[in-house]
Write a protein that binds this ligand. Structure first.
Ligand SMILES: Cc1cc2nc3c(=O)[nH]c(=O)nc-3n(C[C@H](O)[C@H](O)[C@H](O)COP(=O)(O)OP(=O)(O)OC[C@H]3O[C@@H](n4cnc5c(N)ncnc54)[C@H](O)[C@@H]3O)c2cc1C
Length: 371
């Protein structure tokens, strides 16, 4: 079977690799290359954690993805994941923590829950005002996102896959695909893993199901001569008590302290949207940092980025066959949390396509009213 995978981000790259390893002939195309700067997978870093509240499907996929990232590290002899742990800051009765505790216990994944006063001793970089409880997942960590996309594609090529920088013409009817240079590519099946570009490729099916939003990201310089915010000393974190639900990532590769709101920003076009973050975002992040990380209050703004989430209505993935064209598959709707799952999503798509696993109803297009 010849499968064409379109999109070499977290979903497409891993899907191509898993299909290749199961004996398919695989052609992987990307218009701009694996993990390029406008792709959703193109940021420096992405968090991997298994605490997902009552979203048991994501917790299960994250656990499997974790195993596969680790397995690949061993196989390739290259680190892909930086251990850091992840700290959730919350009020005592936060339902997400209760549900996460149950799910992690069932999956056998370690976690700790402790009062804010204990957390303050362990993580003195934070100011714990307004926090009642901390929930810590010690196995969580940071994936070097764009670098890992490139490594997956390189691996795909070294194992015999065919990777080409080619753009599929949009919109696309997909019985055979036409490339931007006018040539055609014929395969038995097509997997469109085009992240925020998916609704433009298939407007009739996906324009109401995947909505890209603008997400502003900021990197602050850390205090000179100190490694207080480096992985190992400082965790990934998620502040569930802040109005903007900020989260952050330690200083990886000396880029600085990374911080962003998890709220969905305005609608965003991945080609024409401005990649400049708004003054309002800077102000909100500064106010938050002054309260939660006093030692960074006057830190220089080292770098900013705009990325996009590609949100489904329920924030679960959209991985399914085209409703009218069963040789066409979609893999998208990462909704701000898809990167970590890449290896498990790729494995899932290969298994379902080859008939060795049942589809997950949680990813099906039929869960929404199509049209
Ligand atoms: C700021 C930010 C923070 C995030 N944090 C996390 C996190 O901490 N943890 C986590 O797990 N996830 C996180 N995510 C979400 C995660 O990054 C995405 O869900 C995931 O990267 C989506 O991958 P993808 O493969 O679906 O899309 P993409 O990475 O966008 O890949 C799609 C690819 O398709 C290609 N393409 C598009 N159109 C065409 C065409 N016509 N022809 C050929 N190629 C085409 C593009 O060039 C692109 O490379 C975050 C996202 C953002 C923006």
């Amino acid at each position: 079977m010849h499968v064409a995978v379109i999109g070499a981000g977290a979903f497409g790259g891993w899907t191509a690799l898993h299909l290749l390893r199961r004996g398919s002939k695989v052609t992987l195309l990307d218009a701009w290359g694996a993990g390029h700067s406008r792709a959703s997978s193109g940021g420096e870093t992405r968090i991997i954690r298994c605490a997902y509240g009552n979203d048991n499907v994501s917790a299960r996929f994250a656990k499997r993805a974790f195993e596969l990232w680790r397995e690949s590290e061993r196989e390739w002899g290259i680190p892909l994941l930086i251990p850091s742990g992840m700290l959730f800051l919350a009020k005592e009765n936060e339902p997400f923590l209760k549900a996460s505790a149950e799910a992690l216990t069932a999956l056998g994944i370690p976690f700790e829950r402790f009062p804010a006063a204990d957390a303050a001793k362990r993580f003195p970089q934070f100011c714990f005002d307004g926090i009642e409880v901390a929930f810590y997942e010690p196995g969580a960590g940071v994936l070097t996102a764009r670098r890992n996309c490139r490594l997956v594609t390189e691996r795909f090529v070294s194992e015999g896959g065919d990777f080409r920088i080619r753009a599929v013409r949009t919109p696309c009817d997909a019985s055979s695909i036409e490339l931007a240079d006018g040539s055609k590519l014929n395969a038995d099946r097509y997997v469109f893993a085009c992240g925020p570009w998916l609704p433009r490729l298939f407007p009739h099916v996906l324009s109401n199901l995947i909505r890209p939003t603008k997400q502003d990201v900021m990197f602050l310089s850390t205090p000179p001569g100190a490694d207080d915010f480096a992985p190992g000393r400082f965790p990934c974190w998620f502040d569930m008590t802040s109005e903007n639900v900020f989260y952050g990532i330690p200083d990886v590769e000396n880029r600085g302290f990374k911080l962003a709101p998890d709220l969905r920003g305005p609608a965003f076009d991945p080609d024409t949207g401005s990649r400049a973050i708004s003054e309002d975002s800077i102000r909100a992040m500064r106010e938050f940092v002054a309260r939660r990380f006093p030692s960074l209050e006057t830190s220089a703004l080292a770098e900013t980025r705009v990325c996009q989430y590609e949100n489904s209505p329920d924030f679960a993935f959209v991985i399914d066959q085209h409703p009218e064209n069963e040789n066409v598959w979609f893999a998208g709707g990462g909704s701000g949390h898809g990167y970590k799952h890449g290896p498990a999503v790729g494995e899932y798509i290969a298994d379902v396509m080859l008939g060795t696993r049942d589809p997950e109803p949680a990813f099906a297009i039929s869960r929404f009213k199509v049209g």
